[in-house]
Write a protein that binds this ligand. Structure first.
Ligand SMILES: [Zn+2]
Length: 286
């Protein structure tokens, strides 16, 4: 066997790296000449375009927010999508501007939840063609989870209780609905006091099981060739996070300041930014 003596990169020794023990670098697969299409390159086959609003936690005229089909290890994992069958670089100026507003708004909503210290916003786009941004909440106090390995820890941490998860979904949905749109997720009521089946909860799981968009896990379960791009993206992100420790104090202060900015005037301004723009017909541009 040819040796595979590539030295382990420094990040394997970071406190946030989830694994320890003997490891070695995988052999790098040969690049393909032509990459395979992503899931839903054609709008007719697109999971997002064919998933009804009921599967989402909040919807508006041009944007939708969805959760996973069941709770995971992080306190909150959400996906922001536009209704139009577009990818990031295809967004017209209207949607591009709204993406900024929606990103800030959703980040703030998730960060308002108890036990959430930070919200990581990611866009990979190697799985599904339809634009989708990931919002991953890091639990407060879990300094070991800081940085780019948070998405891995999501599959490692103990799953959070489903009632708490549903309550948080409803809180985020209600927060977003204050600015417009419609909250779909509701807080857990009496039915959630009975032992529930996590794999087949009534409201969210039925659709997600059948029409779930390609997730990070789906992507990373695919061929090694496809992972090449993802690794590159993560490395770039890591570079940005390199100063995370020294920026921590400043970021913490900023977090508190931002929380305080949820005033009526702020809400009104943000609301205007989204609601006063002319409407775009969903999926008009394909
Ligand atoms: Zn689509």
């Amino acid at each position: 066997m040819p040796d595979n003596a590539a030295p382990l990169p420094d990040f394997t020794r970071w406190p946030s790296f989830p694994f320890e023990g003997d490891m070695r670098v995988k052999p790098l697969a040969d690049p393909v000449e032509v990459e395979p299409p992503r899931s839903g390159e054609d709008a007719a086959d697109c999971v997002a375009c064919n998933t009804p609003d009921e599967a989402y936690i909040w919807v508006s005229e041009r944007w939708r927010v969805r959760a996973m089909d069941r709770p995971t290890g992080l306190p909150m994992v959400l996906i922001l999508e536009c209704r139009s069958h577009l990818d990031l670089g295809d967004l017209p100026n209207l949607l591009a501007a709204e993406l900024g507003v929606m990103t800030v708004r959703l980040e703030r909503a998730i960060r308002s939840l108890d036990g959430v210290a930070r919200v990581h916003v990611n866009r990979w786009g190697d799985g599904s063609a339809h634009l989708h941004l990931w919002f991953l909440a890091r639990p407060y106090g879990r300094l070991q989870l800081r940085g780019t390995f948070l998405s891995l820890w999501d599959d490692i941490l103990p799953v959070i209780p489903e009632p708490q998860w549903r309550e948080n979904l409803a809180l985020v949905a209600a927060w977003l609905a204050e600015f417009g749109g419609q909250a779909i997720a509701e807080p857990p009521h009496i039915q959630w006091e009975a032992p529930s089946t996590i794999t087949h909860s009534p409201s969210a799981a039925h659709d997600a099981d059948d029409h779930r968009p390609a997730t990070l896990g789906d992507v990373e379960a695919k061929t090694d060739a496809e992972i090449g791009t993802g690794t590159e993206t993560k490395t770039e992100t890591e570079a940005k996070n390199g100063t995370g420790t020294e920026a921590e104090t400043e970021a913490t202060v900023a977090t508190e300041a931002k929380t305080e900015t949820k005033t009526a005037s702020t809400i009104a301004v943000a609301n205007d930014m989204v609601e006063d723009v002319p409407a775009v017909q969903p999926r008009a541009i394909t």
